[in-house]
Design a protein around this ligand. Structure first.
Ligand code: HPA
Ligand code: ZN
Length: 320
């Protein structure tokens, strides 16, 4: 039995496996610029975050109907459950769909259709976190935020910030994070993946985030590390992603041991598993193998994942 765990850093669009992409393309009359799944898989040779994002956004063209989004989420839940995931706080990128003419309701209701049955079918509880694309304007984020109000406190329980990091500091999104706090939503942000440690500090100070997604580069600022430890701010690490996007050279070089030694609340997640070579359990297994992690460390990482989740305390305790 795989270790029970929560997944806190997972982009649902990043779970689009090549087989499903081709099936949806056929169903929706979308022509993909790849002959077959093998050729598509060969394109997964990324050199940095942007080279991944280009393909990630392009492939979303196959997602058009509520049923498409429901199938995507259902496939993720089945895979995640098989790897021990009992709770998932799932990101989605509304602007990447509305910009293609897919209404927000199609995305949220389609995902919701599968997620609402997640506990009963797969034993996986879920939350949805709406991410803003940081390389789009602050105005676009605000418009998206306002359009999503009907789902606040229902299907949508938090906001996040993703896409191209460098050159798009957190402070650009001050106003939308202020409104989210006012609306009682949780707040997280990608920071310190490719961007500098200063973006992590800014996300805490200006956006009031409760968790940092990635946060790898915090190690470059000892005062920041001290603060993250003191304030018990979790980091949602994604080891296979870090290797594929060349944030670290190999898994054996991953800074997880230094992060744990510093007393940080680290969690292990899959980010975009269809693109980076594995789901949550695969990330645990690959790290354990490459770094020689013992069972106690793996149990700590699994416990951290529930601790760092937005589940109520009693549900967290029940899952631990
Ligand atoms: N970083 C930034 N944006 C993203 C990622 C990521 O790892 N995955 C999907 N969108
Ligand atoms: Zn991510």
């Amino acid at each position: 039995m795989p270790l029970p765990k929560a997944e806190l850093h997972l982009h649902i669009e990043g779970t689009l496996e090549p087989e499903l992409a081709f099936a949806l393309a056929a169903r929706n009359g979308v022509t993909l610029p790849y002959a077959d799944t093998e050729e598509l898989r060969r394109a997964y040779a990324f050199t940095d975050l942007q080279s991944f994002l280009d393909l990630y956004y392009a492939l979303m063209a196959v997602l058009r109907t509520e049923e498409d989004f429901a199938e995507l989420a259902e496939a993720y839940l089945a895979r995640a459950a098989a790897q021990g995931v009992r709770h998932a706080e799932i990101f989605f990128d509304p602007q990447a769909h509305t910009a293609r003419g897919v209404p927000l309701a199609v995305v949220v209701d389609g995902l919701g259709r599968a997620l609402d049955r997640g506990e009963e079918r797969h034993g996986v509880s879920t939350r949805l976190i709406m991410c803003f694309l940081r390389d789009e304007s602050a105005e676009s984020a605000l418009e998206t935020f306002e359009a999503a109000r009907p789902w606040f406190g229902g299907r949508i329980t938090g906001i996040g910030l993703d896409s191209a990091e460098v050159g798009h500091p957190p402070a650009k999104f001050r106003e939308v994070y202020r409104r989210a706090a006012e609306a009682g939503l949780h707040r997280v942000a990608h920071a310190g993946e490719e961007g500098p440690a200063a973006y992590i500090t800014e996300a805490l100070d200006v956006l009031g985030v409760e968790r940092i997604d990635h946060g790898l580069r915090c190690l470059e600022d000892p005062a920041l590390v001290e603060r993250l430890v003191r304030e018990r701010i979790p980091l949602t690490l994604c080891p296979l992603s870090n290797v594929r996007l060349r944030c670290v050279d190999t898994l054996a070089d991953h800074p997880l041991p230094a992060i744990l030694d510093a007393g940080l609340l680290a969690t292990v997640n899959s980010d975009d598993p269809a693109y980076f070579g594995g789901y949550a359990g695969d990330n645990f297994d690959a790290l354990a193998e490459a770094l020689g992690l013992d069972d106690e460390t793996l149990r700590l990482l699994a416990a951290n994942s529930f601790q760092a989740s937005f589940l109520p305390e009693e549900r967290r305790a029940a899952l631990l």
